[in-house]
Design a protein around this ligand. Structure first.
Ligand code: LLP
Length: 397
């Protein structure tokens, strides 16, 4: 495993004030802690950057589906991006306006499609010809015409972890360019579908903005092709993927300015065309930390293990992607020692960091895993019949 970043003592102590740490000591660990001010600040920054260009942002619910988080995001006026029927239902229950809800995914079941048709959502992001046929049939049975956007596979390398790259030809996602001609020929047969636009999503945790330049240029070419075939597309959706700074958890604000700017500078937007995005990680990652307690310090031959009470069932990302979350011991300011920070689950991959330097650590110390608000709690499982971690909010404890 690559080295996990060591926060210096001052930085890690400054991340929470003493009162908060005192409160943490009285809460059953592990738990997720969400800082509402950080969340609101992030949402406001995203809105400020996108509204310059009149862009619409859908929140990718998969990143964190906690009720409070959804309510706050909805109140700021974001739409929703869903990848299951249950996410569509959840968005509707939380009051996201149907006309701001998009539904993507390579494997939508009939039940899920019907949920979305009944909910009168904005658009289905369709990933294959076979899926178009099924949506058409199900819409026809309800005497409805539904909006669809083609999710195209633009073959752009997102230059991120292979497991979170989605826009290459060999990925399972999206319709490939060579299928478009026959698809467009078939379109008139689909009487219950209305093609409104194009959708892309090329990957996640993207920090290299040149990737989005390439995407915008490909989108221009696709639009030219559709227009040459007399098809006008009023809806464009560039997906999500903007990355966050995992190495510096005190940097709470992703670079929304650069993200929207690169699209604006390179995408040749048509008159009256709506431009949409689906952001998950960049909106919620920085507001959340996972807090755990040290159970045991165990000495190996040459190593010290800090065994914490949170495991891969609470935060899966390090085990699944070898991803790095900055870690800090928020109870100790003693001299620094190296530890392997590991969880209690019966799997060798249940490791958060190896050879990691932190203040001398003892049983009962609180350990924080930073920048865990996105794809953290929501990917939890009860493997080993472990309890799911619960959540606390900064304005409630
Ligand atoms: N739109 C679509 C169609 C998606 O599949 C995703 C994420 C998003 C938007 C939001 O992407 P974001 O802005 O969050 O990067 N579990 C992984 C990330 C999986 C992302 C899946 N799709 C992780 O922990 O890194």
């Amino acid at each position: 495993m690559e080295n996990v970043l060591t926060l210096d003592k001052e930085t890690s102590q400054e991340m929470y004030n003493n009162v908060t740490v005192e409160k943490f000591n009285n809460i059953q660990t592990p738990f997720y802690y969400y800082d509402i001010d950080v969340l609101k600040n992030t949402l406001e920054t995203a809105i400020k950057a996108s509204s310059k260009y009149n862009y619409h942002i859908h929140y990718a619910i998969k990143a964190n589906a906690n009720d409070r988080i959804l309510d706050i995001i909805k109140d700021y006026g974001f739409g929703a991006d869903c990848v299951s029927g249950n996410e569509v239902s959840k968005a509707l229950e939380h009051g996201f306006a149907p006309e701001t809800i998009a539904f993507a995914g390579v494997g939508k079941s009939d039940l899920e499609i019907n949920t979305a048709i009944n909910g009168n959502i904005k658009a289905f992001h369709v990933e294959s010809v076979a899926e178009l046929e099924v949506i058409n049939e199900l819409a026809a049975a309800k005497n409805k015409v539904v909006n669809v956007a083609f999710r195209l596979n633009p073959n752009v390398d997102a230059k991120t972890h292979a497991y979170i790259t989605t826009g290459l030809s060999e990925n399972k996602f999206g319709i490939n360019p060579w299928e478009l001609e026959s698809l467009v020929e078939k379109l008139p047969e689909f009487k219950n579908l209305k093609l409104i636009g194009l959708h892309f999503h090329i990957g996640s945790q993207i920090l290299d903005m040149s990737v989005y330049k390439e995407l915008a240029e490909k989108a221009n070419n696709f639009l030219d092709w559709f227009e040459a075939n007399d098809i006008k597309l009023p809806y464009m959706n560039f997906g999500g993927g903007l990355g966050v700074d995992y190495d510096n958890p005190e940097n709470k604000t992703p670079d929304f300015e650069a993200f929207f700017k690169v699209i604006n500078e390179n995408f040749n937007r048509r008159d009256n065309q709506e431009v949409h995005f689906e952001l998950g990680r960049s909106l919620v990652a920085t507001c959340g930390d996972m807090i755990s307690k040290v159970l045991y310090i165990k000495k190996g031959l040459e190593k010290n293990f800090a065994i914490v009470d949170a495991g891969m069932t609470d935060l899966l990302r390090p085990a699944l992607y070898k991803s790095k979350h900055a870690i800090s011991n928020i109870s100790s300011i003693e001299e620094e020692v190296k530890y392997d920070v590991v969880g209690p689950v019966c799997e060798s991959s249940d490791v958060f960091a190896t050879e990691f330097t932190m203040p001398k650590t003892r049983r009962g110390n609180l350990i924080s895993f930073h920048t865990a608000g996105a794809y953290g709690q929501v990917m939890g499982s009860n493997y080993n019949l472990r309890d799911l971690a619960t959540e606390y909010y900064s304005d409630e404890i």
